[in-house]
Design a protein around this ligand. Structure first.
Ligand code: DGL
Length: 263
């Protein structure tokens, strides 16, 4: 079983790719709604949440954990790797593919403030984008839009327009979606940025990394095992949670468990 977690629904953008890539593998997803958003929380706070969630996921049988959140990856992945015996896969800011593909030599990155202040982002930028202009923009308000299912609305355009202004002025031709919530706003961002701009969702690269780990180091159940999905939220409103998950990912309700956890 593979576990995933995020502050809310964002990591479902990774879940949906993993489900397609590994259709016979049970997945368990933890949405930390009681503590959402993560974007401006301290490193200590996020490490504490990551530990609590990791323990729940391991207790439920997770053998690999995907930190399906850029902010939590930046704050907590080193700590998790040092303290637990299972493999962790995190979200990498996709600056390398963006920089390699850019013709205008200008790329944009949308992410949370927590991600921009982390060592991972700054090291990746330093390593792969030395000769490239990197326009960074905190995606203020975007997590809230996705959590409230306000994608593809007038409101989503109102929030996105000022966030993309600087990137347009700098003529970026690649935009890295550096928060797992943002792929749910893909169409809106594409429309406002223009068709000539390529948006990079890191989820397929993360899924590939999970496959590599799964194939090389773990003895997973054989192919053919019935699909089984579990979704856990730290907010008590499981009814609303279930309805939202079913809107965002294609899972069969009969095969799926929804639960509340108060850790
Ligand atoms: N989806 C998250 C990320 O990738 C968390 C955003 C938030 O809760 O602020 O960064």
């Amino acid at each position: 079983m593979i576990g995933l977690f995020d502050s809310g629904y964002g990591g479902l953008s990774v879940f949906r790719v993993l489900k397609e890539t590994l259709p016979d593998t049970p997945l368990i997803y933890y949405a930390d709604h009681e503590h959402c958003p993560y974007g401006q929380k301290s490193k200590e706070y996020l490490i504490n949440r990551a530990e609590k969630i990791t323990e729940v996921l391991i207790e439920q049988g997770a053998e690999i954990i995907v930190v399906a959140c850029n902010t939590a990856t930046a704050a907590a992945i080193d700590h998790l790797r040092n303290n637990y015996d299972i493999p962790f896969v995190g979200m990498e800011p996709a600056i390398k593919p963006a920089a390699l593909s850019s013709i205008t030599k200008a790329v944009g990155v949308l992410a949370t403030e927590g991600t921009f202040s982390g060592k991972l982002f700054n090291e990746t930028k330093e390593k792969y984008a030395k000769d490239i202009k990197v326009v960074i923009q905190p995606g203020t308000g975007l997590v809230e839009l996705v959590e409230a299912h306000k994608m593809h609305t007038y409101k989503s355009w109102q929030v996105l327009y000022p966030l993309l202004k600087k990137m347009k002025e700098e003529n970026v031709d690649q935009i890295v979606l550096g928060c797992t919530h943002y792929p749910f706003l893909f169409e809106d961002i594409q429309k406002l940025a223009g068709e000539h701009v390529t948006l990079i969702d890191p989820a397929p690269a993360v899924a590939k990394q999970v496959v590599r780990i799964k194939e090389t180091i773990l003895d997973f159940p054989e192919k053919g095992k019935a699909q089984f999905y579990q979704f856990i939220t730290s907010h008590a409103d499981v009814k609303n949670f279930r309805a939202s998950v079913l809107k965002l990912v294609d899972v069969n309700d009969d095969n799926t468990l929804f639960a509340y956890d108060w850790s």
